[in-house]
Design a binder for this molecule. Structure first.
Ligand code: 5GP
Ligand code: ZN
Length: 116
């Protein structure tokens, strides 16, 4: 695990700031979003800091990459029996606001398409 001192999600990984956690293992931590956009809105973050998906894809192991996706699917199955959506925002156009890769898992209501 390699984290960055001032990154907010690294601080959650290190348990330096509180989060409403729903899953934690060697590769990922998942916790409820502070500003939920659906009845269930959780964020899945790798325990090793990567700014965004591109950086993660360049540096992670196959196991780390697989675990991120599998954790999102587990949480989707747990919280969204009727269906769920997994979203990763990268960069300004997508509105990424926290620069530690995170997958949003949204569930609990009908989700419209296309997203805004
Ligand atoms: P992004 O726009 O980067 O894809 O998503 C960042 C998400 O992180 C937002 O949905 C925002 O509500 C959430 N967020 C930002 N800071 C915190 C925090 O300190 N704790 C938690 N649980 N969520 C946060
Ligand atoms: Zn970080």
């Amino acid at each position: 695990m390699s984290t960055v001192p001032d990154c907010i999600f690294c601080k959650i990984v290190r348990k330096e700031i509180p989060a409403n956690e729903v899953l934690r293992d060697e590769h990922v931590v998942a916790f409820r979003d502070l500003n939920p956009q659906a009845p269930t809105h959780v964020l899945v973050v790798p325990t090793t800091h990567a700014q965004h998906l591109s950086e993660f894809a360049r540096n992670t192991t196959d196991q780390g990459a697989a675990r991120l996706l599998a954790a999102a699917a587990e949480l989707g199955a747990r919280f969204g029996p009727g269906g769920y959506r997994v979203v990763i925002n990268e960069g300004e156009d997508a509105g990424q606001s926290v620069h530690h890769l995170h997958a949003h898992v949204l569930a609990g209501r009908k989700l419209s398409w296309p997203p805004g």
